[in-house]
Design a protein around this ligand. Structure first.
Ligand SMILES: Cc1ncc(COP(=O)(O)O)c(C=O)c1O
Length: 388
C-alpha cells in the first residue's frame, strides 16, 4: 500500500494525549467534577429515559435546553448555540472565522487545544503572552491585534491552566478595542467571583452592548457532565448564524441534551457545590503556600502551583539522590518529582513541569474534602522527605 499522507498542514499536528492511569485512586488531572450527579437529577433522568424517543433525531434548533438557557440568560433562543462540549464550538469557531492564510490570536500560556484547533482550520496561530502572573493585559492585547490583524481572537477567562480571573472592566476594554470577532472562553466562569465585591461577573452581561463576541460555557466542569459532552455559546444572531454554517445537522445527541436540561433545572444544587469547591480551594492554596509553592490566583475549580527556587533546589537534589532519571532545570526536576511521587500514591495530577513558560508547574483539580486532605498530606510528606 502507498504510504498514507495526511492533508497538507495536518502532518505536523500531534494527536491529543494526556497521562491516564487506570488504577489511580484520586483523579484530579482534568478539572472535572469529582462528584457524580445529585440523586434528585439522576432520578429524573431515569424517569425521562423510560419514555425517551431514541428513534428520533434531535431537534434542529437548540430545543428545550436552548429555551431554558435563553430564558435564564435573557437572550433570544437564536442567540444560543449548543455543541459537543465547548470544544466543538471552539473548533468550529476556528473553521468559521479562520481558514487558509488567516491568523487566529490566542493566549499563552493557556489551554493547549487552541493551537490545535487553529492548525486544524489551516489557520496561522498568533499567540499573545499573558503577564508573568497569568493575567491578560488588555492594552497589550489590543496592540497585538492591531499589529497582527487576526481574523479571530480567543480570550480565556478564567484562564486554564493558571486559573486567573480577569475583571469585566479589562475584558470590556478588549471587546471595545478590537475589530475582529472574539471567542470568550468561560469554561470555568461558574466558579469565579469578583475578588473585591464577590459578584459573579461574566461577559454575557455585555451581550446587549457588543455584537462581536461569542461567550462559551460548558456543562463539563461546574455541572459535572464531562462524560456527556455539552457546551453552549451565546452571542449575536449574526455570529451564531455564521457558526451554524460549519456545524453538522443533529450534531449534539438528544440524550445529552435531555440530561443537560435536567441538570440545568437543578442549578441551585450545583451552586452549593461551587461554594464548597471554592472553600476547599482556598484551604488547599494555604497548604501549598505553607509548603513553599508559589500558587497562581485562581477563580476556578483548580490550582496551579510552582515550587519556589528554594523548594525547587531541595526537591531536585532529593530526586537525584533517589535516582530518578529526570532532566532539565531544578524547577523541571522538582515538578516531575512531585508528579511521580504523587502518582506512586495513586494520585493523578496534571504535569506541566516541562512546559516552557511554566517550568515545574503542577495543576491540581479540587476534589472532595477527603481527597484534598490526602493530597495535601502526601505533598507535605514529599516536601518533608526532600528537606531531610
Ligand atoms: C479553557 C477550556 N476551554 C474549553 C474546554 C473544553 O471543555 P468541554 O469541551 O468539555 O466543554 C476546557 C476543558 O478542559 C477548558 O479548560
Amino acid at each position: 500500500m502507498k504510504e498514507m499522507t495526511a492533508r497538507l498542514g495536518l502532518d505536523k499536528l500531534e494527536e491529543y494525549s494526556v497521562e491516564t492511569v487506570p488504577d489511580a485512586d484520586i483523579v484530579v488531572n482534568a478539572n472535572e467534577s469529582n462528584w457524580n450527579l445529585p440523586k434528585e437529577v439522576l432520578t429524573q433522568i431515569l424517569e425521562e429515559t423510560k419514555k425517551f424517543l431514541f428513534n428520533r433525531y434531535p431537534p434542529l434548533d437548540t430545543g428545550k435546553l436552548g429555551r431554558a438557557l435563553g430564558n435564564d440568560l435573557h437572550v433570544e433562543q437564536e442567540q444560543i448555540i449548543i455543541g459537543n462540549g465547548s470544544s466543538e464550538l471552539l473548533e468550529k469557531a476556528c473553521f468559521a472565522f479562520g481558514g487558509m492564510g488567516s491568523k487566529i490570536a490566542f493566549p499563552y500560556p493557556s489551554f493547549s487545544m487552541y493551537g490545535v484547533y487553529v492548525q486544524m482550520a489551516d489557520s496561522i496561530g498568533a499567540p499573545y503572552t499573558l503577564t508573568q502572573d497569568g493575567y491578560i493585559d488588555p492594552e497589550a492585547v489590543i496592540d497585538f491585534c492591531q499589529r497582527e490583524n487576526p481574523s479571530l481572537l480567543i480570550v480565556c477567562n478564567p484562564n486554564n491552566p493558571t486559573g486567573n480571573f480577569n475583571s469585566l472592566e479589562n475584558i470590556e476594554k478588549i471587546l471595545a478595542g478590537v475589530s475582529c470577532p472574539v471567542i470568550m472562553d468561560e469554561a470555568y466562569m461558574e466558579f469565579a467571583q469578583e475578588p473585591d465585591t464577590g459578584n459573579k461577573i461574566s461577559t454575557m452581561s455585555l451581550l446587549e452592548k457588543y455584537t462581536n463576541f461569542l461567550c462559551l460555557r460548558t456543562f463539563s466542569k461546574a455541572y459535572g457532565l464531562a462524560g456527556l459532552r455539552v457546551g453552549y455559546g451565546t452571542g449575536s444572531t449574526e455570529l451564531i448564524r455564521i457558526m451554524q454554517k460549519v456545524l453538522l445537522p443533529y450534531h449534539v445527541n438528544s440524550y445529552s441534551l435531555m440530561v443537560a436540561l435536567k441538570t440545568y433545572e437543578h442549578k441551585k444544587l450545583f451552586a452549593d457545590r461551587v461554594q464548597l469547591i471554592r472553600r476547599q480551594r482556598n484551604k488547599m492554596q494555604g497548604k501549598l503556600e505553607s509548603l513553599g509553592f508559589n500558587v497562581f490566583d485562581s477563580e476556578t475549580n483548580f490550582l496551579f502551583f510552582l515550587p519556589s527556587a528554594d523548594l525547587a533546589f531541595k526537591l531536585s537534589r532529593y530526586a537525584i539522590k533517589k535516582g530518578y532519571k529526570l532532566l532539565g532545570s531544578n524547577e523541571n526536576m522538582a515538578g516531575s518529582l512531585v508528579f511521580q511521587e504523587l502518582l506512586a500514591e495513586k494520585i493523578l495530577v496534571r504535569n506541566f513541569s516541562n512546559h516552557p513558560a511554566l517550568p515545574g508547574g503542577i495543576r491540581l483539580t479540587i476534589g472532595t474534602e477527603d481527597e484534598n486532605i490526602k493530597i495535601a498530606a502526601t505533598l507535605a510528606a514529599i516536601c518533608q522527605r526532600a528537606g531531610e
